[in-house]
Design a protein around this ligand. Structure first.
Ligand SMILES: NC(=O)c1ccc[n+]([C@@H]2O[C@H](COP(=O)([O-])OP(=O)(O)OC[C@H]3O[C@@H](n4cnc5c(N)ncnc54)[C@H](OP(=O)(O)O)[C@@H]3O)[C@@H](O)[C@H]2O)c1
Length: 221
């Protein structure tokens, strides 16, 4: 299994849940910094292979796909996502571009690479993460993130319908108690209940390991 963007939050919790269930052997962890991979490794009883990559750089995609071909991973989970918090007009364009690259363009290009490259046909399951809120509603304070998630949802649903026999899945959590939600974000300020990443991870792992499960999983509180 390849865990892409797993240093914090949901991705980290999913790695730890697979580790707890002894399913992590032979896996590949990919994160933006060595330090975060080391801190994750300290919490695990199994020690999978790990690689540093920055998904905000388009140039990262080809080496990633080559690595997936070489290591013969058969499941791929893309968790990375994020964006600037604040009014669209107040934020610098480079921050919006960052959000669109990490949350939409990189996962889109990974999906395209896996479906089109014969040397990646061993990847039998691909899972991407949307958002119960940002992929289908206005999300004030997170315009480029919402645009990226809307785009990702449209892409995945279309590619799912073009490839009904492929196991391409879309996980749609509600608000989660992770660093992605800043202290000032509306759901925190309003005291709304937030999903704990460990609980979301437990549901995620059960779902991806169930072959006949629906291809889209909504998980809110
Ligand atoms: N939290 C929520 O309320 C919520 C709700 C719905 C959907 N989601 C989605 O759930 C997924 C996980 O989010 P989270 O809440 O777990 O967020 P998080 O705690 O902020 O974690 C985001 C993860 O993405 C990684 N990442 C970000 N930019 C990256 C880059 N350029 N290259 C490599 N890795 C990068 C981060 O790595 P670093 O440690 O290196 O930054 C981190 O591991 C995202 O797709 C998010 O959109 C979250």
């Amino acid at each position: 299994m390849a865990f892409l963007g797993c240093s914090r939050g949901l991705g980290r919790a999913v790695c730890l849940e697979f580790d707890r269930q002894n399913h992590l052997l032979g896996s590949l962890l990919v994160a933006r910094s060595k330090a975060s991979l080391n801190s994750l490794a300290q919490e695990m009883s199994h020690q999978p292979c790990s690689v540093v990559m920055d998904f905000s750089k388009r140039e990262a995609v080809k080496p990633l796909l080559d690595l997936l071909a070489e290591t013969k991973m058969n499941r791929l989970f893309y968790f990375a996502g994020g964006g600037p918090h604040g009014l669209y007009s107040d934020k610098a364009w480079k921050d919006h571009l960052w959000s669109l690259q990490v949350s939409f363009l990189t996962p889109s290009e990974i999906l395209h690479g896996v479906l089109s490259r014969p040397d990646l046909s061993h990847i039998t399951q691909l899972v991407f993460v949307g958002s119960l809120i940002a992929d289908s509603q206005a999300d004030p304070g997170a315009a480029s993130y919402a645009a990226a998630k809307h785009g990702l949802k449209g892409l995945i649903e279309t590619v799912q319908s073009e490839n009904p026999d492929r196991d391409i899945r879309f996980f749609r959590p509600g608000y989660m108690n992770t660093d992605l939600l800043p202290k000032k974000a509306r759901p925190r300020a309003e005291g709304r209940p937030l999903l704990e990443p460990a609980a979301a991870a437990e549901g995620f792992v059960k779902w991806v390991m169930t072959p006949q499960a629906p291809k889209i999983l909504d998980m809110g509180l």
